[in-house]
Design a binder for this molecule. Structure first.
Ligand SMILES: Nc1ncnc2c1ncn2[C@@H]1O[C@H](COP(=O)(O)OP(=O)(O)OP(=O)(O)O)[C@@H](O)[C@H]1O
Ligand SMILES: [Mg+2]
Length: 261
């Protein structure tokens, strides 16, 4: 059985100008330990799909139909109280622009400790602090215990993204959703963050949904890929197969944009 299975999901926005079918009948599945990529151009519905999984789609967006099966339950129908337990603790998400997700007035230590406390209310301050430092070391921020006292603006873009990943990992989630974790960063940092995600996959078998517009990133990081176009899955399969024999015209176009590896 898949860890997560999405069946025929539709998420629409009711705008004044008309209905936007951001996600229009998407089905996909991910097994434990897999890295699955969702690749597609800007506006293809990747972020809305990811937000739908956690039921965080902003108004006027709405899941209109479909199922999101996780651990035997349908997240679409789950009461909000139970859903809170899934968000962060079981399924964590890192967003496109890390600065907007970190609170500028608190140190990164405060924020990681808070993430730990939310999900483990019984944890002592001392335990939480040492776990926070461990998490920073785990995501490649040297001298974690000292870095806990830094404010977000004192860190580089790459370090902030690492802090976001540390926060996402704070509760040892079953699934990590990384939405274009690298677009806001320069190429070297981008490579380091992807290496980090790969390392987490190798070290702790992190099940990851990697969202990107870049087929080059898919090739180096994912086992399977879903190509998304205008709210639908244009094509899906093992990364090697899609690279070797793309069937869909849109996939061919995306692949043509990748420099020869
Ligand atoms: N708050 C909103 N209100 C109305 N329409 C929205 C809203 N958010 C997203 N959409 C629409 O949903 C569609 C999918 O957007 P989405 O952000 O999921 O694309 P994306 O694939 O993540 O693009 P990108 O690669 O640029 O991040 C787009 O047509 C977008 O305009
Ligand atoms: Mg997006």
């Amino acid at each position: 059985m898949s860890l997560l299975e999405i069946k025929n999901l539709c998420t629409y926005f009711e705008a004044e100008a008309g209905q936007v079918k951001a996600v229009d009948g998407v089905s996909l599945s991910i097994d434990k330990g897999e890295v699955v990529a969702i690749v597609g151009g800007s506006g293809s519905g990747k972020t809305v799909l990811a937000l739908s999984i956690l039921r965080l789609v902003p108004e006027p967006g709405r899941i209109v139909s479909g199922e999101i099966l996780f651990g035997g339950a349908d997240l679409v129908k789950m009461p909000i109280k139970e859903l809170r337990d899934v968000r962060g603790r079981k399924i964590s998400m890192i967003f496109q622009e890390p600065m907007t997700c970190l609170n500028p007035v608190f140190t990164v230590g405060d924020q990681i400790v808070e993430a730990l406390e939310v999900h483990e209310p019984a944890i002592t301050q001392k335990m939480a602090t040492s776990r926070a430092a461990e998490l920073l070391n785990m995501v490649g921020i040297a001298d974690g215990s000292k870095r806990l006292r830094s404010y977000p603006h004192e860190l580089s873009g790459g370090q902030r993204q690492r802090v976001m990943i540390a926060m996402a990992l704070a509760c040892s989630p079953d699934i990590l959703i990384a939405d274009e974790p690298t677009t806001a960063l320069d190429v070297t940092v981008q490579a380091q963050i992807l290496d980090l995600l790969n390392k987490l996959h190798e070290d702790i078998g992190m099940t990851t949904i990697l969202i990107t517009h870049d087929f080059g990133i898919v090739a180096q990081n994912a086992d399977r890929v879903y190509v998304m176009h205008e709210g639908r899955i244009a094509e899906s399969g093992a990364v090697e197969d899609i690279f070797a024999r793309p069937k869909d015209e849109y996939t061919k176009k995306l692949l043509a944009a990748v420099p020869v590896l």
